[in-house]
Design a binder for this molecule. Structure first.
Ligand code: ADP
Ligand code: ZN
Length: 626
């Protein structure tokens, strides 16, 4: 964005220089030359008596008599001098002059014609204003898309057309359903006759719906370059301008130009910024947005789909869109672009790793497993981070380690190597993390522990336990949910059991656990008290998910109690597990404290050793008793 502005600005530097030069020349003329014409160089003032004396002595050879002054030229010893004196009542003046044979002639240069000076000052002023106006319209208003004061509502061509960067469908990984839906549009753009012959109308627009960074822009570009048509791209927010009416003018513009270039693709990113539901309430605040939206709707209606213009729009908050936008004939196709699944993540990692020099044995599946919930953009970022890490460590190939480390960088930030943490706090952190891991390992059906670390990260995490599911899960059972909550309470339980304290380090765990427990009650119908009833609705599912309760205050109270109970039970369970395995907790925590990071395998080995020891000990106990 800022780079673009910069370029815009650079483009106008010659213009600005030109205008500055013009102003400079104008002023040179005005200040230097005009006085030359009008002002007499060197005129001495003199009193009237001296004038009369000079006339009498014959020095004066020309006079110019004016209403109030007399200008004259005198010659003394061959040197001519010009004088001016105030005119006095002198009835004999003419006689004196005639006697001495003084000529009456022009002495002073003529004053500038008042009309001419009027012209110069007026046009000068106008010229300066026009120049300033011009600069303003070129530089300032151009940033707003060529809808400047001088070309209001006229075409602002170049800003819309964008390069597709040669992105084809093959560059978009793991969005097979979306690609399939879009390939029909590609075919239509290639060969519209095939469709119009049979009388079919193709959708005018398709709405790409999904979380940020899943490849919506990428897909739109791919459609354009697969179909080899121009790609007009604009962000919804670019329509919403300071001045009411400009946004609508831009929409008009865009469609006019697109029609000229048809067949082509118009891509409107973040369409929700203009396409939000119109509300009857409130005045003016949203006038601009509504006008823009209305213009968009009417353009889409007045638009013959057979002209070959296909409109793609992207949003991550489909529920906030105005229903008018979604009705047939407008964005009647809705193409979900969801977060990639395991296979999708593997494919995306491979697409991005293609350009990177790397070792041969990289296990993408391993990395993909550890990144459930990551978007395409996250994964692209991870690959890049991995390559950067290899460079940082002076290697010329990216390795599996690099990629794994970069996953953590993207998810949790960089390692904070020089963070100073007191030994006691470090111990608490270690026990907290091992608490999570141990509880997870001791429950059936929990995802295996992949890594435990107590190296702090720039995101603020002081340590974490990574669990990686063996297979992609699409459903969460009640048992899974409870398992999760028990695992989440494991950290705090360890703090309580070992240090008899509660630290703020568990705040994130608490938040997550509460969220799961609440969803179990209000959305998943997993409790007997409430059963199969929706008590809460989700909005903004793609942006973190806000939710709003839909129930009476009494029910709300009961919900809170139910949530409390689920978490309390889970917490007790976690404490029980840790007490039963307290020796392992100590041993593994001390080991982690020394190592700072241990892998899932190391963790399981240690745990197994302890279980075996314990078994032999109990056997010994039994033998002794016998
Ligand atoms: P969106 O428009 O959905 O927010 P983008 O299309 O702008 O996301 O994607 C941002 C970046 O993430 C892309 O430039 C690309 O590098 C990467 N990316 C996202 N999804 C994919 C995908 N399915 N395949 C390959 N790369 C992807
Ligand atoms: Zn924790």
């Amino acid at each position: 964005m800022s780079k673009k502005d910069n370029n815009n600005f650079k483009k106008y530097i010659p213009t600005i220089l030109y205008v500055i030069l013009a102003i400079f020349i104008f002023y040179t003329i005005a200040i230097v030359l005009i006085p030359r014409i009008t002002k007499e160089e060197d005129i001495k003032e003199i009193d009237y008596v001296s004038f009369v004396n000079m006339v009498n002595s014959g020095e004066v050879n020309k006079v110019e008599v004016k209403d109030k002054t007399i200008a004259f030229e005198a010659e003394e010893k061959g040197e001519k001098t010009k004088y001016v004196t105030n005119r006095m009542y002198d009835p004999n003046l003419v006689d004196r002059l005639v006697n001495k044979n003084v000529k009456s002639a022009q002495v002073l240069k003529p004053e500038l014609n008042p009309f001419v000076s009027f012209l110069i000052s007026t046009f000068g002023t106008i010229f300066i204003f026009v120049a300033a106006w011009w600069i303003l319209s070129k530089v300032v208003f151009n940033k707003m898309g060529d809808v400047g004061p001088m070309n209001f509502g006229k075409s602002g061509a170049k800003i819309y057309v964008e390069s597709t960067d040669g992105i084809k469908f093959e560059n978009v990984a793991g969005q097979e359903e979306a690609k399939e839906a879009l390939s029909e549009l590609v075919d239509f753009l290639h060969n519209p006759k095939k469709y119009t012959k049979i009388g079919a109308k193709l959708p005018k627009g398709a709405l790409l719906v999904g979380p940020p960074g899943t490849g919506k822009t990428l897909l739109a570009k791919a459609v354009a370059s697969e179909a080899e048509v121009p790609f007009f791209s604009i962000s919804g927010s670019a329509f919403v301008e300071m001045f009411v009416g400009l946004g609508a003018a831009k929409v008009r513009d865009l469609f006019k130009q697109a029609e000229e270039k048809a067949p082509c693709i118009i891509f409107i990113d973040e369409i929700d910024t203009i396409g939000k539901k119109r509300d009857g309430v409130g005045i003016s605040g949203n006038d601009e947005r509504e006008q823009t939206l209305n213009q968009l709707l009417s353009e889409m209606d007045g638009f013959d789909a057979r002209a070959g213009v296909v409109i793609l729009a992207a949003t991550n908050r489909p529920d906030s869109l105005d229903p008018a936008l979604l009705r047939p004939g407008r964005f009647d196709r809705r193409i979900p672009v969801e977060l990639p699944d395991l296979a999708g993540r593997i494919a995306i990692l491979k697409v991005h790793a293609k350009k990177i020099t790397k070792e041969e044995n990289i296990d993408y599946e391993q990395v993909a497993r550890a990144t459930a919930g990551a978007s395409g953009a996250d994964l692209a970022n991870m690959v890049n981070e991995g390559a950067l890490r290899a460079v940082r460590e002076g290697r010329d190939k990216m390795s599996q380690r690099d990629l794994e480390e970069s996953v953590e960088v993207v998810l949790a930030g960089y390692e904070k190597k020089n963070a100073v943490i007191s030994p006691r706090e470090k111990r608490i952190i270690a026990y907290h993390e091992v608490g999570h891991a141990l509880v997870a390992a001791k429950q059936k059906g929990s995802a295996p522990v992949h890594k435990i670390t107590i190296i702090p990260r720039t995101s603020g995490a002081l340590g974490y336990t990574m669990q990686v599911d063996e297979e992609e899960k699409f459903l969460m059972s009640k048992e899974d949910a409870i398992n999760n909550i028990v695992t989440l309470t494991g950290g705090r339980s360890a703090e309580e059991i070992i240090f008899n304290t509660r630290t703020s380090g568990a705040s994130n765990d608490i938040e997550k656990a509460t969220k799961i427990a609440k969803a179990m009650v209000t959305r998943f119908g997993m409790t007997d008290e409430f059963g199969f009833v929706a008590l809460e609705s989700m909005t903004n599912a793609y942006l973190g998910g806000d939710s709003s309760l839909q129930c009476s205050p009494q029910t709300q109270y009961e919900i809170d109690e139910a949530v409390q109970k689920i978490i309390d039970d889970a917490h007790n369970e976690a404490r029980k597990i840790l007490r039963e395995n307290i020796k392992a907790l100590h041993a593994i925590s001390e080991y982690l404290l020394r190592q700072e990071t241990i892998t899932g395998e190391q963790f399981m080995d240690l745990l197994k050793q302890y279980e075996e020891n314990q078994e032999t000990e109990t056997q010994k106990d039994i033998e002794i008793e016998n």
